[in-house]
Ligand binder design. Structure first.
Ligand code: ZN
Length: 425
């Protein structure tokens, strides 16, 4: 299976400068290529990867700053641009700005990258133009390298290898029939249907206060000044620290869930509402000005510091699930927090508080999140089984319920109570 390995690089000052220039050139090629595509489109024409790649070769003869960087990285940028435009449309693909897009470039031919282990801690890889780059080998590569991406995150440079590890997906999970429902919340990050939970505070109160202060400091600096750059660096450092904790938590949670369960059910998140920006509202009194619309609270600080990383957990478990044979599905979040898991009655009033669920119909009392997680699992179990990617279609018969009478419409409650399971279909 394809997997990733990321290591921190230890570049010499010369390599550091060159890497920065390669990243800059790739960004510039991306933006120029996108601009060109848009110009063509405006005129009713079209330009694709092959024409752009040919023009890039010509441009390299003219510009020294293009000639000094590895051609493969520039070509790869055009390929990425081509794919982005095909997927999202030329008008939706974004420019890469120097501020918001830290340098990153890929060497597509992994087979040609020589990798040597120097000692227990260090290894080196030979990259075109950059030469031998040293990196801290914190875990074995464990496979053949398909490509390598060099990127900067704050002060440090990293190298990520795409590796084919030669492991094949398991036919069946180690615990057949096991399943867990996951309720994602704010008080506890992850609550499981078996009553256990995974929780971590990613940013302590003190750190949130500190982040606000750093943000204020940043706002007081003038654009383009050295102080502004330093202030932005401090904000980013703190955000990075918090992000690492979140990544670590997501990886550990994903590991424990994928190892333990054959079926993991999440509720589908309305990520669009959560991450989308707020529509600007023009101020009718002043032309060109905008009313306060809460956009600031949705961006920046909130996203980087207060985010719980629910989506990341889901991505992590999907990746981990390939190795354990776990099936990950999402179900509609509708009514999962208002439905009693014992008698299946839906009542908004059953949710007594953030923490307590107390069924108005049968009196069942439970932690509100655990009740929701159980409903999520029930809904997930009711979903028809889909063949896993990598498993040959038809290799496993989908389970169908045959020979069971459909319950009469008014026996919905009785059925749930008798079997102890919530149909919730
Ligand atoms: Zn009930």
């Amino acid at each position: 299976m394809l997997t990733g390995r990321k290591y921190r690089l230890d570049l010499t000052p010369g390599q550091d400068d060159l890497a920065e220039r390669i990243g800059g050139a790739c960004r510039s090629v991306w933006n120029t290529g996108l601009e060109q595509r848009r110009i063509y489109r405006r005129r009713g024409g079209w330009i694709g990867y092959h024409d752009q790649a040919r023009q890039l070769v010509e441009a390299k003869g003219e510009f020294e700053w293009l000639a000094e960087v590895p051609g493969h990285c520039l070509q790869q940028t055009l390929i990425d641009l081509d794919q982005a435009c095909a997927e999202h449309g030329t008008w939706k693909v974004r420019w890469k700005s120097k501020v918001n897009n830290p340098p990153s470039f890929r060497f597509p031919e992994g087979g040609k990258i020589a990798i040597e282990r120097l000692n227990r801690r260090w290894a080196r890889a030979k990259l075109p133009k950059l030469g031998w780059v040293r990196f801290r080998i914190t875990r074995p590569l464990g496979g053949t390298v398909k490509n390598a991406t060099v990127s900067r995150d704050g002060k440090h440079w990293y190298i990520s290898f795409l590796v084919e590890d030669g492991i094949t997906p398991p036919v069946r999970h180690a615990h057949p029939g096991s399943g867990v429902g996951i309720d994602r919340g704010v008080v506890k990050v992850v609550t499981r249907s078996d009553g256990r939970f995974h929780h971590q505070v990613f940013a302590r109160d003190r750190e949130v206060e500190h982040a606000k202060k750093l943000q204020r400091d940043f706002a007081r600096t003038t654009k383009g000044s050295a102080r502004r750059k330093r202030a932005a660096g401090r904000v980013a450092d703190l955000a990075r620290k918090v992000r690492r904790r979140r990544e670590d938590f997501a990886a550990k949670t994903a590991h424990s869930l994928a190892i333990g369960f054959e079926l993991v059910v999440f509720e589908a998140l309305a990520t669009k509402n959560m991450t989308a920006g707020v529509e600007p509202r023009p101020d009718p009194e002043r032309s060109g000005a905008f009313l306060l619309n809460g956009a600031a609270s949705k961006s920046g600080l909130n996203r980087s510091i207060l985010d719980k990383g629910w989506h990341r957990i889901e991505v992590a478990i999907r990746s981990k699930a390939r190795y354990t044979g776990t099936r990950v599905i999402t179900v509609s979040p509708a009514y999962t927090s208002q439905t009693c898991n014992v008698c299946t009655v839906v009542d908004r009033k059953s949710r007594k508080s953030q923490a307590v669920f107390w069924c108005t119909s049968c009196g069942h009392t439970e932690d509100a999140d655990v009740n929701a997680a159980k409903n999520i699992l029930t809904a997930g179990r009711a979903e028809p089984a889909q063949p896993r990617p990598g498993v040959r279609a038809g290799a496993r018969k989908p389970r169908t319920r045959v020979g069971r009478k459909a319950p009469p419409s008014n026996s919905h409650r009785a059925d749930g109570a008798r079997t102890g399971r919530n149909p919730l279909i």
